[in-house]
Design a binder for this molecule. Structure first.
Ligand code: SF4
Length: 328
């Protein structure tokens, strides 16, 4: 697309969105707190799940002050079913910062928003455009796919060059007077028409500006790193004192977090097998073999976590899933 068409491209998207944009509760508000909550919820949870929880959650915590005043356990419980609990911890940290540094009023200044805990470039763009209707760039996976196709660009979208280019384009293209509708439109185009695989170009509101010669081949991503298989043998040892867990020492990826204690396969050979858990972490495909231990002597770094403390005990999601599965 030529630069002289940028304005027409942005206007075509706004017009399309005005006529066909989907109606979500977070699109009916300009309250920055409500918008931040929706953006955090939508990061790793489907729209359908968020729709079922969003309004009730906001009724419980209608302001940053309401969440800042809640203890961490209450906040974590409110997030049940949404997963990835570090998000509600980050949201609570942002709420506390808003109360401590801005008297409970959501900041409007970009620098102040950026300084809030857990807020990255995407969320800054979302808050500035959706809450304050300011022409701020915003790039997510959907936007990157649209840009790669419209500009027929085969630079890997997850490379530093690709990312930089798309953020620059987003800043150049954003609609000057209706960035709220424009940014929503761009993301919605990627979700509904310019989708992964084969896009529905016949229905596309910006096909006149699109230069993709083979859109189904775009976007290009960097080659995936080779996956390495890993196996671990862990124990599940639950007593009246609580669940035996190991605190990760400094220098480890999950420093300060807890996990189920690790043993060698030989040590567990005679114990009942509880389950196998499979998950992927970065480039590792992990299989965890979990065994039921009726007795176990805590080793260095291991301790019993009382059941009541488990919801607020920091642990990686595979451990959290097992705790939630076996301790209701
Ligand atoms: S014309 Fe097709 S490839 Fe181009 S932006 Fe529209 S949907 Fe995507």
């Amino acid at each position: 697309m030529k630069e002289k068409h940028y304005g027409d491209f942005a206007q075509a998207l706004v017009d399309w969105f005005t006529a066909h944009g989907r109606d979500y509760p977070w699109r009916r508000t300009t309250n920055p707190w409500a918008i931040l909550v929706s953006e955090i919820m939508l990061q790793q949870t489907t729209i359908a799940t968020v729709l079922g929880r969003y309004e009730a959650w906001l009724a419980q915590f209608p302001t940053p002050a309401a969440l800042a005043a809640a203890d961490e356990q209450t906040a974590l419980r409110s997030w049940e079913g949404l997963g990835y609990y570090r998000r509600v911890r980050a949201l609570r940290a942002a709420a506390i910062a808003i109360c401590e540094k801005h008297g409970g009023t959501f900041p409007e200044n970009e620098g102040d928003i950026r300084a809030l805990p857990g807020i990255g470039d995407y969320t800054v763009g979302a808050l500035l455009s959706f809450a304050y209707n300011r022409p701020a760039p915003l790039v997510d996976a959907n936007v990157s796919r649209v840009f790669a196709r419209v500009f027929n660009d085969s630079t890997p979208i997850d490379s530093p060059t690709g990312r930089k280019r798309h953020w620059q384009l987003a800043a150049q293209l954003v609609h000057p007077t209706n960035p709220r509708a424009y940014n929503s439109a761009l993301m919605e185009l990627g979700q509904t028409i310019c989708t992964t695989g084969s896009p529905t170009c016949l229905l596309c509101p910006v096909r006149a500006y699109c230069t993709a010669s083979a859109p189904e081949t775009l976007p290009v991503k960097l080659p995936k790193k080779e996956i390495t298989a890993l196996e671990h043998w862990d124990i599940w040892h639950l007593t009246e004192s609580g669940l035996l867990m190991e605190k990760q020492p400094g220098g480890k990826r999950h420093e300060g977090m807890y996990r189920l204690p690790r043993r060698s396969a030989e040590e567990l050979a005679d114990l009942p097998h509880l389950c196998d858990q499979k998950y992927t972490v970065t480039r590792y495909k992990v299989t965890r073999h979990l065994y039921l231990a009726e007795t176990a002597t805590p080793r260095r770094g291991e301790c019993f976590i009382p059941l009541a403390d488990l919801p607020t005990t920091p642990m990686a999601s595979p451990d959290r899933k097992l705790v939630e599965k076996y301790i209701s």
